[in-house]
Design a protein around this ligand. Sequence first.
Ligand code: ACO
Length: 371
Amino acid sequence: MSPRYAHITGWGMAVPEKRLTNKDLEKMVETSDDWIVSRTGIRERRIASADQSTATLAVDAALRALAVANLHPGDLDLIIVSTSSPEYIFPATACLVQDQIGAKKAGAFDLLAACTGFIYALQLAAQMIKADSINNALVIGAETLSRVVDWNDRNTCILFGDGAGAFVLQASEEPGGVLTAVLRSDGSGGDLLALPGGGSRHPASMQTIHDGLHYIHMNGREVFRFATRVMSEATLETVEAARLTMNDVQLIIPHQANIRIIEAAARGLDFPMERVMVNLDRYGNTSTASIPIATCEAIEQGRLKPGDRAVFVAFGAGLTWGAALAQWSGPLPSRKRVRPARYRWLARMRSLLARLRRMIEGLIWGRGKTI
Ligand code: ACO
């Protein structure tokens, strides 16, 4: 069998319209625009409206990515949603996306590796394609961290924003696509960045709410130290695994947490900042959504073109970190014209019919039992 490659053939992003600027935050906590810009580089972030959620943003990004790839949702074999702010503990947000886009033959699950999750999900999907298990995958990073941030805690509330980004991955015999990846973790640092409430250790109760365990808790300085160390290490490792050097890389698309962390990583690699994608000034830290969102904007700005090699690199809670190297390709040649926006409506009809069928079957079954 000839080797298979996992190409990134579609991309899409979705961010809420509502902007929260540093000036707005000055009215909420004791902080200043100057402090936030100089310590983080962030100027504003997007905040989900009441009718938006992790799943709605994920669906919007997914449909845009499918449109670019010209791929029908019914052709998807796998959907992975990477998120730390899922719609529910279960069912998985990926299953909600599967239903809402009508991906009727896709397996779907959520993956939690915090801000590194998109790298983990990308590598997983790519490996399944390369192993000939599947042909088409949808990898989504989606967050509504504004729902789990303590808006009275200036250490954290200035950092995070909401959004989603998605890639479509497809099998091809043409060399390229996701080339290498490194995935790492160190659970001994789990307490440095955590959302401890609502799980099996601290089930939701009046006490957990009173203690604020349903919010993000973070030791910013320690996370900062860890991040500056691992970002350059992981980048170099994934590039060397492909037997390449940093000269062979056209663009680094890092997790958008803090401009100082990104600059430290670039310095560590002796890599020019002009070839590092940065958009955190406008979105803040959207956690696992930040890399696909930054990728969409890099493409829009003409900074990532077919044939270019890009490194995606991230760190996050867990602790986790990782990087992936990809040779950019773009959509596979295809004659069919796919209009994913229509699928939302069709998928809703299909979902309603499935619920109706289940209801009728339940009634018949119930009557059968009483007879
Ligand atoms: N406005 C004004 N002052 C503030 C603010 C604020 N918003 N927040 C903290 N300060 C104060 C602190 O109280 C401290 O005062 P003190 O010296 O009197 O105690 C002072 O500013 C300096 O605080 P530091 O924590 O040392 O500030 P630092 O330069 O480290 O910046 C920051 C803080 C921005 C949080 C930085 O540490 C950072 O970015 N860390 C990484 C965080 C991160 O990326 N987290 C996400 C990980 S990804 C994921 O998995 C979700």
